[in-house]
Write a protein that binds this ligand. Sequence first.
Ligand code: UTP
Length: 408
Amino acid sequence: MDKKEQALRKMEEFSQTKALRFWEELSETEKEDFSDQILRTDFSCLLPENEADKAFEGKISPVPVRTVEEIEKNRDALKEKGLAVIREGKTAAVLLAGGMGTRLGSDGPKGVFDIGIHKPTYIFQRLIENLREVTDEAGVCPDLYIMTSEKNDRVTRDFLRSHEYFGYPKEHIFFFVQENAPAVGADGQILLEEKNRLATSPNGNGGWYPSLLGSKAGIHFKASGVEWLNVFAVDNVLQRILDPVFVGAVEESGVNTGAKVIKKNAPDEGVGVLCLKEGRPLVVEYYELTDEMKTKRGPDGELVYNYGVILNYLFRRSALDEATDRRIPFHRVEKKVSCVDENGKRTEPEKPNAFKYELLVLDLLWELSTCLGFEVVREREFAPIKNRTGKDSVESAQRLLQQNGIEV
Ligand code: UTP
């Protein structure tokens, strides 16, 4: 069976023939390109059994967390322990940079955005400078894996190369590309970006481990002696990467994962909340929290579900390896997706017109069974950049950086 036949068969198997409505109009080359894309795209998100279960109510309980006060009492010992683990070459960092950064509204990848006021300061630069504080102290350079997506891979690599990786040794930097998932309309049919191209987008930040293992970077990783992976988001310019205190605490507690958390600043703050479900760690995304869970308070007046994750996790490699045969679920998110209409004309929607499917890194906590919640001080470690202005923005991050004595 040739490529085109395989692609057509795949579309039929998944009952997705609507996206083939312009097939007969396409040239041979266009058919070939379209077939390539169809065969490359992961359709497993379209199977109902792979979708996340949203029925959380009743099964959830609050999670015990190692608080800032507890950590402070033990800080020096934990730090020494963490530094020893780092010096033994047992840690690596994984930067999740495959997102589209739509809320920021810039054309390029989020990491290349300049947040400087007095001097150019790029998001990638801030992250690498944060990492270098630890590597300078430890006296070793752990590997830094950077996940990109098809849409931003080239620009990301070129940008970092042209800035000489902001001083990080290039032999310790490895790139890998995440997979794409299709976007569907209200009728469940895949949308078209062009007559011969499915509308696809990066499949969320949760598929990073299989994508890493399947890549060229994965060959290096598999041969390395790394036991802990610190996975972090591109947009928090204050975060500590490979924080030795965090590494020490997680290693000491014998769990499979660690999650840095902050106390929520309001019941409806847009952060995922770390909870327990039947004794196992689970992050409930802010848009999936029930009103009761958002507002419930304990006898001390504090919110019962009070600890939000900041997308800075430690994962034990052996536990990730054991879990690779189990799938984490896809979350269906309503988004605006530009696509071609029935007449083949490109339209830019004004309101959400499609569902995208995303794997979320937070679902790995549940899959890996045990987690240490590790509280950090919000004002010192959390300056996320989601928007240009207002909440979680370039402006708020600039203020927080200044408050922490970092001139940008
Ligand atoms: P966000 O959920 O904030 O998404 O990503 P985003 O794409 O950056 O921004 P919006 O929602 O379009 O405005 C959290 C982290 O996960 C990464 C992002 O790069 C960021 O570090 N991510 C997200 C991926 O690596 N891949 C994805 O498919 C999605």
